[in-house]
Design a binder for this molecule. Structure first.
Ligand code: AMP
Length: 120
């Protein structure tokens, strides 16, 4: 399996993940290597390689990613304390998995910028 289709397969229910939200457009699941007490990824249910590849037809799913992130944040108890949403794009953006994903991070003060806690 390539990294490219990993998140698509999770969204389709073909691979296991700790899913916290799902609707007809997007799926949210816990990051396997959390960088904060709450670290959830929200992904489209159809293939969009990155935000750089998104087109006008993807506008509904792009909006849904943010609304789903808000719902998950409320579900996870982050609404009061606040949280951070991140989209990495391409090599310089640090995108590792070539399926568009929104990171939801929270559960503690995140500081001005977030770095990985450990090297892979
Ligand atoms: P990015 O660097 O923005 O592409 O983020 C990719 C994220 O996917 C990283 O935070 C990884 O820890 C996470 N990740 C990779 N494989 C899995 C998986 N099978 N289940 C959940 N999260 C994953």
């Amino acid at each position: 399996m390539t990294a490219d289709n990993l998140f698509l397969r999770i969204a389709r229910g073909e691979l296991p993940a700790d899913i916290v939200y799902r609707d007809e457009l997007v799926t949210a699941f816990r990051d396997i290597d959390p960088q904060a007490p709450v670290h959830v990824l929200i992904v489209p249910n159809h293939h969009v390689a990155s935000i750089a590849e998104a087109g006008p037809d993807d506008e509904p799913v792009l909006g849904r990613l943010f609304l789903a992130a808000r719902s998950v944040a409320e579900q996870e108890g982050l609404a009061e304390g606040g949280y951070r949403l991140i989209v990495n794009c391409g090599a310089h953006g640090g995108q590792e998995v070539e399926h568009l994903h929104l990171h939801l991070l929270g559960g503690e003060p995140l500081g001005p910028m977030r770095c990985r806690r450990k090297e892979h």
